[in-house]
Design a binder for this molecule. Sequence first.
Ligand SMILES: C=C(O[C@H]1C=CC=C(C(=O)O)[C@@H]1O)C(=O)O
Ligand SMILES: [Mg+2]
Length: 458
Amino acid sequence: MKVVSSVSLPSLTAAVTRLQRQLDALSHLAPGQRCLTLSEAVEAPPLIAWLAAQPQEAKIYWRGRRNGEEVAAIGIAQRHRLDRMPDADTLDRLYRQLLQQDGDGDLRLYGGVAFDPKQPAWPEFGQAQFVLPRLELRRQGEQAQLRLNLSVHNREWSQELSDAHTALQAVVKAAPLPPLGPAHLLSRQDTPNRARWETLIGQVTHPSFIDDTPKVVLARETRMRTSAQPNPWTVLHAWQLLNPGSYQYGFQFSEQHTFISCSPERLYHRLGRELSTEALAGTTVRGFNEADDQALADALLSDSKNSHENQLVRQHIEAQLSPLADYVGVEESPTILKLNHIQHLHRGIRAEIKAGVSDLQLLQALHPTPAVGGLPRDAAMSFIRQREGFDRGWYAGACGYLGQNESEFSVAIRSALFSPERITLFAGAGIVGDSEVEAEWQELNNKLATVLGILNGL
Ligand SMILES: C=C(O[C@H]1C=CC=C(C(=O)O)[C@@H]1O)C(=O)O
Ligand SMILES: [Mg+2]
């Protein structure tokens, strides 16, 4: 029989006080140790609302697709920002050094890498940025932990203790999320526009191109100006309610710019040497009723263009993982992954990676997959870089966290960047030989429908 504890969890304020006491008792760090985490059980507030209310930068929200774990993190104990993509050896050294610092084995660096290291980086985000947050609220069901991370990376221990005190003192209670409206759309600009899209599809599907480059995922940037800027955390919250089975995350390194995503796509999840990834490509809309919805799903499963889109992703992932793994297994028949407005073809892929293979090797092997880049990777990336007409930045990049025993990354599609002057939305579609201009343009619109619905509700 399960014994239900009658002892209630401490409030956030009480947990902060307890952490302050733990901090007071810490005058030194054990020799050789570089990081330390203090933690307290806590009765979790609504995490996004708590995060939105905090005065401290940076703010990170993460909710994985797997087990409902939710994280809200604030402040920075360590920041690793790369403005140019360093070579693999430098990255590998940095990564191993970071993970060696791990005190309780559960330290996580949250962040992301851009889609294309050869495109100009988004200011504030960089080509890659990972942070060890100062404070993390991790919630799993009713259980939550408030974690305070301390680090002596590039600094004195006494300074670190004093900064940690300041961060604890600045924590405030959750407040209701600011409402979305009222606001209205002032302007909208699509890059590429419809005419340019037609040209690009013509170039990609031309026999002389497609024979060597069977798939290019072309994307569109939609810039919108509204009469009042909605709070990005309120938008993320509304989005997550509509797609509860997707990854949900947000990165705000300063108050100016916030990148949010409600992505259905996993790049990979690694637990020890067990790896789980997927081929997610091929799209149709949802039906108005159950019969309609099933008919659309059946049509998607038997459609040759969409099957081809998915197969190319699957084959590439399998080939990329094989040299790094003792075993790779792929679901032969795709299944349907249903979202609020659209449905996708999905193939689960599992692997047991070889001992010693690092997350950076995995990131380099898997990212970007042909679900967002194309095939062959270099030719498709070069086409996108030269012709698409905007910098993808973190859209279609990889966002998540690195840990010693466990790491997880999502592909940052279905995403939006909030800037002082505008909101930028992104959507892409896999272009293959049988692609049709209008159908692929509609697919972009379908992929934006959920977030546009939220923003139109302003
Ligand atoms: C590139 C995107 O979606 C990818 C993921 C799923 C299905 C896709 C498709 O059917 O084209 C795309 O490959 C995006 O949403 O921006
Ligand atoms: Mg498609």
